[in-house]
Design a protein around this ligand. Structure first.
Ligand code: AMP
Ligand code: MG
Length: 403
């Protein structure tokens, strides 16, 4: 087992250990929010036929360039109708936006440039149509077989448009993992009882569920375990049996009642990492139980949220087959000082200046227990261990709670 790794070492160890979950196929209407695990190719040319982009008439440009201004109308071409055909070079069809171009036509003149005549239309004398205008030609966006979506993308509105437009009725996607949360601590009480003066209400379970839900992980169950090895083992066993990943909070420090690492090991989990050179979140524990990742997060509310965002969510996304997101940076707006040679996760509020630069306003907490100070923060900056002064104006790496 590794201990007291740097943030970068810990991140790498976790990333390299967590397996990629096998893909599954689901009905398209159940695929929103999932990570796509297949490439999507264009089923047909895009657009699939020459389509008008204006309401007007479809005609042959040569007729106009030869001097013809009045066009007899042979029909109305609507969207959803098979294309008609010009019966002679001097004829025209009315056409609606989105309708396929009648065969023989090559140009659309918009209705604003036409006047009605007896049995036809007249193109305004001062109007000069360009050959091929107002036609979105077949295949001009993408050819059939072109790569439209790469695997690893999370399916939102844009991806859904491309999947449905290309007939992918059952896409291959990452599973929506079942995640078990276990909050440990004898001092914790739930919403259903009034805390005594020496107790605290349990907030880590709901906080972690919400952060997970915002990242697309909705199948979360939460349980509480006391600081007692047998009951803790029983809760962990139950949580493991019904989940793909287990996250615990509390009980991973050096206190006499911090039983989580010992109990996990007794239950057959393979310990891989304990303690990272960071604040908050120093005591973090990570291991594998069979193929299931297990994270023991420190119980202090700031620590558990920071560790969830910094390590657990990226690990779950990796397991879903999503690529690592590009690092994001923002400019500190105030000097910050941190003496210990640990990486410092400093909560920040984000804003942009008038040049569009992303700014990070420091919002330090009193301790890793001070979650009141997290209100109105957007995430945290990661300030490297080898420095102690972080001057205002300096770009720093940031992590958004919900980004
Ligand atoms: P621990 O990591 O178990 O030593 O917990 C550290 C501190 O975090 C405890 O003293 C509690 O005040 C707080 N804490 C632990 N678990 C929770 C929780 N689920 N909700 C809110 N606070 C917690
Ligand atoms: Mg505890």
């Amino acid at each position: 087992m590794q201990t007291e790794l740097t943030v970068a070492q810990a991140e790498r160890l976790i990333r390299e250990t967590v397996p990629t979950w096998p893909a599954e196929t689901v009905a398209l209407d159940a695929a929103a929010g999932r990570v796509l695990r297949q490439n999507v190719l264009a089923e047909r040319d895009l657009p699939p036929y020459d389509r008008a982009t204006m309401d007007g008439i479809a005609m042959r440009w040569r007729a106009w360039s030869a001097g013809q201004r009045e066009f007899p109308l042979e029909g109305m071409q609507s969207a959803g109708q098979a294309p008609g055909a010009l019966s002679n070079a001097g004829a025209a069809w009315r056409i609606a936006t989105g309708a396929p171009l009648p065969r023989g036509a090559d140009t659309v003149v918009p209705v604003e440039r036409l006047s009605e005549t007896n049995g036809g239309v007249r193109v305004d004398d001062d109007y000069r149509p360009k050959r091929g205008q107002f036609i979105h030609t077949q295949g001009s966006d993408r050819r059939a077989g072109a790569l439209l979506l790469k695997e690893g993308q999370r399916i939102g509105g844009v991806e859904m448009a491309l999947l449905s437009a290309n007939g992918v009725a059952r896409p291959r996607v990452a599973p929506d993992p079942r995640i078990a949360l276990v909050s440990t601590g004898d001092e914790l009480v739930g919403l259903d009882s009034r805390p005594e003066s020496w107790q605290v209400r349990s907030s880590n379970g709901p906080a972690m569920s919400a952060l997970l839900a915002r990242r697309g992980f909705g199948r979360v169950t939460a349980a509480h375990a006391p600081d007692e090895p047998e009951a803790l083992a029983e809760r962990i066993r139950t949580a493991l049996s019904g989940s793909d990943a287990l996250i615990l909070s509390g009980g991973v420090s050096k206190g006499a009642k911090d039983y989580v690492p010992g109990v996990l090991t007794e239950l057959g989990a393979r310990p891989l990492l304990h303690r990272i050179r960071q604040r908050p979140g120093f005591p973090l524990w990570f291991g594998m139980h069979g193929e299931k990742p297990v994270f023991g997060l420190p119980g202090n509310p700031v620590s558990s949220l920071v560790c969830l965002r910094r390590y657990v969510i990226p690990a779950l996304e990796k397991a879903q087959g999503a690529p690592s997101p590009a690092p994001e940076h923002a400019t500190l707006t105030k000097d910050a000082t941190f003496k210990p040679s640990l990486t410092w996760f400093l909560p920040v509020r984000l804003a942009t200046d008038s040049d569009g630069r992303l700014l990070a306003h420091p919002r330090p907490t009193n301790t890793s227990g001070d979650f009141a100070s997290l209100a109105r923060t957007d995430g945290f900056a990661q300030l490297p261990a080898h420095r102690s002064r972080f001057p205002s104006g300096r770009p720093v790496r940031i992590f958004r709670w919900n980004g």
